[in-house]
Ligand binder design. Structure first.
Ligand SMILES: NC(=O)c1ccc[n+]([C@@H]2O[C@H](COP(=O)([O-])OP(=O)(O)OC[C@H]3O[C@@H](n4cnc5c(N)ncnc54)[C@H](O)[C@@H]3O)[C@@H](O)[C@H]2O)c1
Length: 394
């Protein structure tokens, strides 16, 4: 296939950038990473050297570069608005780590700028394009559980403890619903479509007294902003009802719960922060069974030198590649600005409902097409790369 690769600039060379850079430089042939940028020049230099990226740029240089078409924003949520706005105004398509911003008004402005300038704006998490969620979508679309009636998702972490290690968690967007709950919300949106109403209760994180010495300059105390615990309810446009439980004020032993109930069966999913967790089907009058994965990108790392951390983060970058194929094909990207905005509106709507005691009525909507099934990412028992990128083309 004769393709013109999309030239990419990456902003943010922190922890998550490694798996992105490794995959973007070696796994997806549509992408051509030509520049990296970080406020910390040393990190940018290391990334350029490790992944063979030819240029190190400042934000201004990246915005002005005639070569770069797509900017991938891998900074913490509190930095997203300014970076995305700058790059859109400079005429760049943008793909951003989650969440688009942590404030709805800012997100609205970014969507407007992208619309006005006819630019793509894609939003993580891209695990929803992985094999697990796409298989569950296939099962639902093909009637395996009948009409969906309801769903329940739950995740817990000690977000306060995690904020010792991951400093961006101490800022806006670092509370558990925004940082981790978003994987569950974006997955539900991929499976069941848009939400019409949300309501719920919330509680803040406690003040944290520093326990560790990861960084001498860390403050002695801090408090993660916003609701770090949310118990919420959703009504989807298609009629299903949902329950959400995101508790960042408990211990770190994660108990991920993800179930979709239908008139003819139940689907049990694994952790939506991963690409290939099993999808279990429960039907009346038979033993539960695991569905064979209908799609590629099951999280298996086919690049030989990834660290264990990177392997755990599997196929990250698939959302960037899907967006790049959308640019070349002139079609909408799946993890669209409308979907990212809708996911953020669910989170902000929950906060609003918790504050007022009212039901929040959603103002936005979106569509997200499934990926083409039957095209896999590994072959020969997972030991080699197959051609799953073909599933991202259309
Ligand atoms: N760490 C994870 O496990 C993980 C997993 C999934 C998603 N994410 C998401 O990825 C994003 C980044 O996470 P991380 O853990 O890599 O954070 P990090 O703090 O390790 O890295 C962020 C980098 O962005 C740089 N940066 C910030 N503002 C900048 C600016 N204006 N210009 C240039 N560089 C700037 C910082 O210097 C830093 O090196 C977050 O949105 C997070 O939610 C992280």
């Amino acid at each position: 296939m004769d393709i013109k690769r999309v030239k990419v600039g990456v902003v943010g060379c922190g922890i998550i950038s490694h798996v992105y850079l490794r995959n973007m430089t070696r796994l997806f042939r549509i992408l051509d990473v030509v520049a990296v940028c970080d406020l910390n020049a040393e990190l940018a230099q290391q990334a350029a050297k490790e992944y063979g990226v030819p240029h190190i740029m400042t934000l201004d240089e990246m915005a002005q570069s005639p070569e770069i078409e797509l900017v991938v924003n891998l900074t913490g949520a509190d930095a997203h608005y300014a970076i995305i706005k700058k790059m859109l105004l400079a005429g760049k398509h943008v793909y951003t780590e989650k969440t688009m911003t942590s404030r709805l008004e800012q997100a609205k402005e970014l969507v407007q700028i992208a619309n006005d300038k006819h630019l793509y704006l894609g939003v993580a998490p891209d695990t929803v394009l992985g094999a697990s969620i796409q298989t569950a979508r296939w099962a639902i679309d093909h009637g395996l559980i009948g009409d969906v009636t309801s769903c329940i998702v739950s995740i817990n972490r000690d977000q306060n403890l995690n904020a010792e290690r991951f400093r961006f968690l101490r800022n806006e967007g670092g509370a558990l619903p925004y940082d981790v709950g978003i994987y569950y919300i974006q997955s539900l949106l991929t499976l069941l479509g848009p939400v019409s109403e949300v309501t719920g209760f919330g509680a803040p994180a406690p003040q944290r007294r520093r326990q560790f010495l990861f960084n001498e300059n860390d403050p002695d105390t801090w408090q993660i902003p916003g609701n770090n615990l949310v118990a919420g309810s959703l009504r989807f446009q298609q009629g299903a009802l949902g329950m959400l439980h995101f508790d960042g004020n408990t211990i770190g032993a994660e108990c991920s719960t993800f179930r979709i109930y239908g008139t003819a069966g139940i689907l049990e999913l694994g952790d939506p922060n991963r690409f290939g967790d099993p999808v279990r089907l429960l039907k009346p009058e038979s033993e539960p069974c695991y569905l064979p994965l209908t799609h590629g990108y099951n999280g298996t790392c086919v690049l030989d030198d990834a660290t264990d951390f990177e392997k755990g983060y599997g196929n990250r970058g698939i959302g960037v590649a899907e967006l790049a194929w959308a640019i070349r094909g002139g079609r909408p990207n799946r993890l669209s600005k409308e979907m990212g905005f809708h996911a953020l509106e669910v989170l902000c709507g929950l906060d609003k409902a918790a504050e007022t005691g009212d039901v929040y009525r959603m103002t936005s909507t979106f569509t997200c097409a499934p990926l083409t099934p039957g095209i896999y990412s590994t072959m020969w028992m997972g030991g080699a790369r197959a051609d799953a990128e073909l599933s991202l083309v259309d």
